[in-house]
Design a protein around this ligand. Structure first.
Ligand SMILES: Nc1ncnc2c1ncn2[C@@H]1O[C@H](COP(=O)(O)OP(=O)(O)O)[C@@H](O)[C@H]1O
Ligand SMILES: [Mg+2]
Length: 329
């Protein structure tokens, strides 16, 4: 290994702080390792996460647990059909004693914002959120306000079939780095869940010890951004993403795709692969970083054709087929 590479080895103490958080979360959440990893990768890269799954699968619990392990400001918004953009951004309030309007900041002015059941929020609220997520700033009453750093949105949604929901528009889906779908547990996992909850209710709630602060996060962000990414891996990422537009060997699968992944897919996949490599304590990105993350990054960025949907094909299946026919060169 060359000196240049050895000098780039991750600061192992910093990596272990993140690994401690990963372990602490895994102890409280049965079978959510993938989601936990995506949350950490997202916090390192400044990405946002959308979690989809039926009620009761510990989506809210996971985000609460994550926020508790970061010394970050945390807010939670329960989306409902009557939610207004100002309920997220904040609003001007008349101050009687001064005779002036003062801007009272809303829940978006926090480091981690959990938007629960985002697809119950009306489109105007979703677009206010879109500005915040994309620009890391908000406009309210003719002013622009810069949001905190780090700023991370974790949104949850029920599967689209549920009644009374507004599916997120493609532009909104594109702002999320990850789209993680969580499934119903099998019997073995169900027992683990039961044991975790029984143990919890019997014991005094312990205080979480592993804490990541702003300094940890910004140091990790910098380290991950400098993680070596070879031309071969860049090329692999580009070929995966452009296959959704019909290019290359995987391109034939794009017949099932109505809307392909945008360049954000490429950028997020590269950044996330770097962060995954850093979390694993490596000094370079491997193709396996890309293959592990590609489904959770790409499947939310494509929309299948009506025809494919009618045949019961899923976005995840299409992405997997693209991956099967796209080799690392
Ligand atoms: N995988 C899991 N690990 C640990 N607890 C779980 C798990 N799945 C469900 N639970 C339990 O179910 C409860 C419901 O979780 P919650 O976060 O409210 O679900 P959701 O937000 O997905 O509707 C949690 O408080 C937790 O006790
Ligand atoms: Mg919930």
């Amino acid at each position: 290994m060359s000196d240049a590479l050895t000098n780039n080895l991750p600061d192992s103490t910093l990596v272990s702080e993140f690994t401690a958080v990963q372990h602490a979360m895994a102890e409280q959440l049965a079978g959510h390792e993938r989601l936990i990893n995506r949350l950490l990768v997202a916090v390192i890269t400044g990405g946002h996460v959308l979690v989809e799954g039926s009620p009761g699968l510990a989506k809210t619990r996971t985000v609460n647990c994550f926020a508790n392990l970061l010394s970050a400001n945390f807010s939670r918004v329960q989306a409902t059909p009557d939610l207004l953009p100002a309920d997220l951004t904040g609003t001007n309030v008349y101050q009687q004693h001064t005779g002036q309007f003062n801007f009272i900041k809303g829940p978006l002015f926090n480091n981690i914002v959990l938007v629960d059941e985002i697809n119950r929020a009306p489109p105007k609220v979703q677009s206010a959120l879109l500005e915040a997520m994309g620009e890391k700033q908000i406009s309210a009453s003719g002013h622009t306000y810069v949001l905190d750093d780090p700023f991370m949105v974790v949104a949850t949604q029920n599967p689209i079939e549920h009644e009374g929901t507004y599916p997120l528009p493609e532009a909104q889906m594109d702002r999320f780095m990850f789209f993680v779908q969580v499934a119903m547990p099998d019997p073995q996992l169900e027992l683990q869940i039961l044991n975790i909850v029984l143990k919890e209710q019997a014991a005094n709630p312990g205080t979480a010890t592993a804490k990541l602060n702003d300094a940890h996060i910004s140091a990790a962000k910098k380290a991950a951004a400098n993680m070596y990414l070879s031309d071969a891996i860049k090329n692999y990422i580009v070929r995966l993403v452009t296959a959704t537009r019909g290019y290359g060997a995987g391109g034939r699968e794009s017949q099932a795709i109505e809307h392909a992944a945008s360049p954000r897919g490429t950028i997020f996949l590269a950044q996330a692969a770097q962060a995954r490599a850093w979390l694993a304590g490596r000094d370079h990105t491997l193709p396996e970083d890309v293959t592990a993350l590609a489904p959770d990054i790409l499947c939310g960025r494509i929309v299948l054709s009506y025809h494919a949907q009618a045949r019961g094909v899923t976005s995840r299946e299409v992405i997997h087929r693209i991956m099967d026919s796209t080799a690392v060169l």
